[in-house]
Design a protein around this ligand. Sequence first.
Ligand code: CP
Length: 304
Amino acid sequence: DRHLLGIQGMHPSRIEPILDLAESYALLNRSRKTPRDLLRGRTLINLFFEDSTRTRTSFELAGKRLGADVVNMSVAQSSVNKGETLLDTAATLNAMRTDLLVVRHSQSGAPALLAQKVDAAVINAGDGTHEHPTQALLDALTIRRHLGRLEGLTVAICGDIAHSRVARSNIHLLTSMANKVRLVGPPTLVPRSMASLGVEVHHSMETGLRDVDVVMMLRLQKERMSGGLIPSAREYFRYYGLDQRRLDLAKPGALVMHPGPMNRGVEIASQIADSDQSVIREQVEMGVAVRMAVLDRLSRGGRS
Ligand code: CP
């Protein structure tokens, strides 16, 4: 494919080669021996209409490690503030002969819309509540590295699922590879209707975490909630926070994951985030490797 817009509908036979390539980039990154010429002469623009630390920085590093010219467009200081539309912004960047356009936007579907209008390969870096495909790929790579496989696992995704593009991309990826996914959270944030995605829905951490291989925690996305429905941090942690007692319900050595940014003491106890079971830092490391693999594949038109 020319673009990476989502995981939904992506067959495992297209996901696994990306993970294999990312694994080789992870090893090269550790030995600081990344090839600097693959994307030489290509231009990558990071176009982020929402805040980001991990995704934006790792796409920048990934592009630079492969030799691309990388431009971080600062939307806050752009002509978007003067009323220029998303599509006119894209047409402007297109006229500058951009090869790779990495887009984060608050509206679900914005990157797909851009993909129809520009010549560049478009990568979805998170759109509204829809998808965050590179996050699911880096999560999958982290799981595979630790558990040695990516099938037959039980993964609990806990917290604010309703607003989470990370959850949606992970659900698509994990279920397509014959894993069991449990969504765990309060009914306001994990509606029963989400079971239609081929997952179990649990409203209690005590049932949801029992015997799982992986516990994936999510932040409360207050920016996507309406005022009255925002739970207090103390109350939320009491019922849905990950602490040692709840983690002990999972399989011994279960992985603790979080896409970040974390709110310590709200969805996860600080000591769990920093414990030996936590692979949160490795997720960030794999983020660079996965994004290098994605840029590599897209620069070859999706062929290996
Ligand atoms: N996980 C993630 O997307 O983090 P950022 O918002 O910091 O990019």
